[in-house]
Design a binder for this molecule. Structure first.
Ligand code: ATP
Ligand code: MG
Length: 400
């Protein structure tokens, strides 16, 4: 007989393990957030950046400050030097000069799902950075965290276990029988001007069971509930981003039905690409089946975004090349490369767009921002192409 004996791990040990891991999360959060402090956006812009963002000259901005149409620029109390403009102040300038890039009332808001059934491909990373890229441009953005893991909720400064009540704050009440009529109750402002969030927490997972049980009797309610909810709030926004869970569950299906555009993040390695191909197959089969139940759904655009690409790995380059050959018109030109900056920011529950201070002057930061901006700009164009009121400008810009 083998004299190696193993203690069995029972429920008590598992409970202890879960509790210890919660305390690790709490410690991490304590390190990131001061007690009871709300997350703040600390980035600021000098007048040159402001002029670029507002699309008006520095002189026009200064004139408006001099004649009182804009508030006087803030100054540091000690040094007397200008402290720079906040994003809220930039948006205020855009409103004064009429240079917000928003859609016209007659254009449909874009409901973009960043979806792939595979876990860890960068869905939440892309969702958060895209939301902030668009907010920096002055769009009105709503981020809907549809994943009970709540990564996006955490990135937006909320502790899902403490700051979010599953019976009141997430999609869950809306998904329940006899729940609220609209999703307005769940919308909350974030510390990012122009971004509203519908947060998630673990309780949202119960919706999977309830939806599955209800599917037999009332499939249309289940499949189109999220879509109806998005309909109820969409007029307030230019873009609504949906961050689904990594599984082919009822919530993921609802996300596919609620979206009118899809972005599919896919790392260029065999395993992830295999899953992405599988995702595309399952998605098409499922959408075909669903179209028989509740009508067909079509998308303004469906694009595959290569994520976590490492140029030093020949396998990545080979698979990316193959993807370009197989889907010539479905791939995004921009690639979100693998970057330590994204991981470093995420370790502090931050995005690359909200890092401020000396870290923003490093080469790694600048390079990573460049990748993110390229993705953001390309998605922005795809979005604007869906808005007829933007077509004349897109033609002037040489894009249409
Ligand atoms: N381009 C990148 N460079 C470096 N790290 C990245 C990049 N994109 C994502 N990551 C890291 O990979 C991990 C998984 O990313 P993310 O949470 O965005 O994936 P996901 O698809 O939303 O995962 P899930 O399926 O669990 O919801 C995170 O730690 C994130 O910081
Ligand atoms: Mg995620």
């Amino acid at each position: 007989m083998n004299d190696l004996t193993f203690d069995k791990i029972g429920l008590d040990e598992l409970n202890a393990l879960a509790e210890r891991s919660s305390s690790v999360i709490e410690r991490l959060r304590d390190r990131v957030y001061a007690p009871n402090a709300e997350k703040q956006l600390e980035i600021s812009f000098n007048v040159r950046s402001a002029a670029e963002m507002v699309k008006r000259s520095e002189k026009l901005i200064r004139d408006a400050e001099a004649d009182g149409r804009l508030p006087e620029p803030r100054k540091d109390e000690v040094s007397g030097r200008r402290t720079g403009y906040s994003l809220a102040e930039i948006n205020n300038m855009r409103d004064l000069f009429g240079t917000r890039p928003a859609r016209a009332a007659s254009d449909n808001p874009v409901v973009l799902a960043v979806q792939n059934f595979k876990g860890g491909v960068g869905k939440s990373t892309v969702t958060c950075h895209l939301a902030q890229f668009l907010a920096l441009k002055g769009y009105r953005v709503c981020v809907v965290d549809c994943d009970s893991q709540a990564s996006t909720t955490s990135m937006f400064g909320l502790n899902p276990d403490v700051d979010v009540d599953e019976d009141e704050d997430t999609l869950y009440p809306f998904f329940r029988h006899g729940g609220p009529q609209t999703l307005h109750y769940a919308l909350r402002a974030t510390y990012w001007p122009g971004i509203a969030l519908i947060p998630a927490n673990l309780g949202l997972y119960d919706a999977e069971y309830e939806f599955a049980a209800r599917m037999v009797r009332d499939s249309t309610f289940v499949l189109d509930r999220l879509r109806d909810g998005i309909e109820s709030i969409k007029d307030n926004f230019d873009v609504i981003l949906l961050d689904p869970p990594p599984a082919l569950g009822m919530i993921s299906l609802s996300v596919l039905r609620a979206a009118n555009a899809l972005l599919i993040p896919a790392p260029p390695n065999n395993i992830d690409f295999g899953s992405t191909a599988h995702f595309l197959k399952m998605m098409t089969a499922t959408l075909n089946e669903l179209s028989e139940v509740g009508g067909a759904r079509d998308y303004s655009f469906v694009k595959i975004l290569v994520t976590k690409m490492n140029d030093n790995k020949s396998a990545h380059i080979a698979i990316k090349r193959m993807m370009d050959a197989v889907f010539p018109s479905d791939m995004m030109q921009a690639v979100l490369k693998d970057s330590a900056e994204i991981d470093n920011a995420a370790a502090n529950l931050q995005t690359v767009y909200e890092i401020s201070g000396p870290a923003t002057r490093t080469e790694t930061h600048k390079r990573c921002r460049m990748y993110l901006d390229q993705v953001g700009r390309e998605v922005e164009i795809l979005i604007r192409k869906t808005w007829p009121s933007h077509h004349a400008d897109l033609r002037k810009e040489g894009i249409l």
